[in-house]
Design a binder for this molecule. Sequence first.
Ligand SMILES: [Zn+2]
Length: 193
Amino acid sequence: MNTHRTRGTTRQWTSPGPSSPHNASVTSGFEELLDNNRLAAERFSESGLAVSPSRKLAVVTCMDSRMDVFRILGLGNGEAHILRNAGGVVTDDMIRSLCLSQRELGTTQILLMHHTDCGLQKVSERDFMARIEHEVGIKPWWALEAFSDPFDDVRQSIQRLYMTPFLIHKERIRGFVYDVDTSRLHEVQLSHN
Ligand SMILES: [Zn+2]
C-alpha cells in the first residue's frame, strides 16, 4: 500500500505495479493538471449556473485537441452542451446524449461541427478493424466511422439526426466544417448537387 496526502486527507491504494501504464511521466502530467485545477478553483466565480444550457444549444463535434469549442463559438460556461467523440459522428451514444439534452434539459438547437485534417480521415476503416481483430481476436462491434471528406460526413450526420425517432427538435440543425488552420467555420449545405 502506498499513501498519498492531499489537502489534509490521506488516501490509500494498491501499487499499480511495473506493467501499469501509470508510469512516471504520465503521473507527473496528471500532477500538473491537478495543480492547474487548484489555481482554477481559487479563481472560480461561476457557481450556481443552471444545469439547462441558457442558449438551448447542443454542439456535436470532434475530440480534436486543436478545437477550443468555447473560444471558436464565443460560448461561456452554462450556455451549451458540448458533445464530443472521434469525428463528431452521430452515433447511438451521441443520440443518447442529445435525447437527454432535448427532452430533459431543454435544448432545441443542434450545431454539428466537423473539421479539416481530422484523424478519421487518415485511417482505413477496413485496415483498422482487421488489425484490431488480428491483435485481440475479436472484431469490434462498433464502426470506426472513418471518412474522407468532412463536408460529406457532416451531411451524413445531419441526415442521421433527421432520421432518428428519438429527438423532438429538428427544426434548427446546422452543420459546419471548422478549418484548423484559419479557425473559420464553413457551413455545409444538405443539397450540394
Ligand atoms: Zn477530428
